[in-house]
Design a protein around this ligand. Structure first.
Ligand code: UD1
Length: 415
């Protein structure tokens, strides 16, 4: 277990560069094994979720070299293996190997995935769509086994939009001999990034608004180079930090992907300068506003606990609704201990802006909660201790050094 001690209320100033998107990197690593040769992935964040994905590659005899955010993967000697180990259970994104192993070996047996405890997080949609594509499925308490003999020509309508299930369906369709049409798909930038990668390696996936058409494919290339998109949630985190504490230029930002995040901020007095690939955020007390987390292009649920620190310190009051995952307000419970005024009722949190937060001993319960508490600790008066801070390492490349370079006073303690 690790804890982060923060001496708050420093003026933070400087520049940070956003790294590659976690939620693109994880499925694209799983997709890379479709190529029976070398794939060079650029801008892969150095985070513990990526390291766990690499451990899964070890099980499959896939070789890789990871250096300076470049990841070279060589799957020329890939061997099938049931994926039932701890490395699979630790991360949610391990489920992307369902789709890619089915495409390569026509079979997969895998432990049900782990990941951040932000709600129930079932994988029924993944299984349903892949069954309709043609797989047979046997589910046990802790694992799922799928086999595919023949692909079906299908038009599949997702009953609910799901990032993971959409990507898994695309991975499972990569070598399909039949046309597969997916409707009501998730269109998050990370899903589109996976499609761009799959098309680069030879798949033929077309997008028509909320519909993906996967044409039959039997020609995967034997090498490829691909740079993944910048992480929009990491960008949102540093933008919020600048608004809370000082003057921060956030580089390597895809502004288009952040539209739903920055639009309400600008409307409510946030001091933001938006460039073509950067955003400068300066200390501001924003006016309160209401927000509802939604699928892309709506406000991202992952950014909600992060934005909440700014809302907790805003002028006025408002309501935040987040019904994507059940336990998305855990950070608010901790923010209240630090002086925030947030009333949580299931999927709705009503807040009254306060003037300041005060240091406290708090505990992170998931990745975005950890990010939220770091922001709160940096803006709070006095000392904050965040226990279980290791969650942050799942998704933020080089965060401790970035914060120190901006002038943060932090101390990481390993217990
Ligand atoms: C992904 C992201 C996560 C983000 C989320 C929503 C990754 C690795 N994680 O998670 O950071 O918060 O999208 O943008 O990319 N659902 C089902 N059955 C399923 C699958 C999902 O009911 O089989 C439900 C979920 O419980 C949730 C909703 O659908 O309520 C959306 O989940 P989904 O988009 O699948 O999220 P993830 O892919 O898990």
């Amino acid at each position: 277990m690790k804890s982060l001690e923060i001496k708050g209320n420093n003026f933070l100033k400087g520049e940070v560069s956003v790294n590659g998107s976690k939620n693109s990197a994880l499925p694209i690593i799983a997709a890379s094994i479709l190529v029976r040769g070398k794939v060079l992935l650029k801008q892969i964040p150095n985070i513990s979720d990526v390291i766990d994905m690499l451990k899964i590659l070890d099980c499959l005899n896939v070789k890789y070299h990871y250096h300076d955010n470049n990841l070279e993967i060589d799957s020329s000697k890939i061997e099938y293996c049931d994926l039932l180990g701890d490395e699979v259970k630790r991360i949610r994104a391990s489920y992307y190997f369902i789709g890619s192993l089915l495409s390569i070996f026509n079979k997969v047996k895998i432990s049900t995935p782990g990941g951040c405890k932000i709600g129930e997080r079932p994988i029924d949609l993944h299984i349903d769509v892949i069954e309709k594509i043609g797989a047979n499925c046997k589910q046990e308490v802790n694992n799922v086994e799928m086999k595919i003999n023949e692909y079906n020509k299908v038009i599949y309508h997702f009953k609910r939009k799901s990032v993971g299930a959409t990507i898994n369906a695309l991975l499972a369709s990569a070598n399909s001999t039949k046309r597969i049409i997916l409707t009501n798909v998730a269109i998050e930038p990370e899903v589109i990034d996976v499609i761009n990668f799959l098309n680069k390696i030879g798949c033929k996936i077309k997008r028509v608004r909320n519909k993906f058409i996967c044409l039959p494919n039997n020609k995967i290339v034997d090498q490829c180079e691909y740079k993944i998109i910048p992480d929009r949630i990491e960008a949102a985190t540093y933008i919020t930090l600048g608004l809370l504490t000082g003057d921060i230029k956030v580089n390597n930002v895809n502004v288009k992907h952040l539209k739903s995040f920055i639009k309400p901020l600008i409307k409510n007095n946030a001091n933001l300068v938006v460039g073509d690939s950067y955003i400068i955020a300066k200390k501001s007390r924003i006016r309160s506003f209401n927000i509802k987390a939604a699928e892309y292009p709506g406000f991202p649920t992952d950014a909600q606990p992060i934005l909440f620190v700014l809302l907790a310190l805003s002028e006025g009051n408002g309501i935040v609704v987040d019904n994507i995952f059940e336990s998305r307000f855990k950070a608010c419970i901790m923010l209240n201990k630090m002086g925030a005024s947030i009333d949580i009722n299931k999927e709705e949190a009503r807040y009254e802006g306060v003037r300041e937060l005060n240091g406290y001993e708090v505990e992170a319960s998931d990745l975005r909660c950890a990010a939220s508490l770091i922001l709160a600790g940096l803006v709070a008066n006095g000392k904050t201790v965040i226990n279980r801070i290791e969650y942050i390492e799942r998704g933020y490349n080089n965060i401790y050094n970035n914060l120190i370079s901006l002038g943060a006073s932090i101390n990481l303690v390993t217990n």
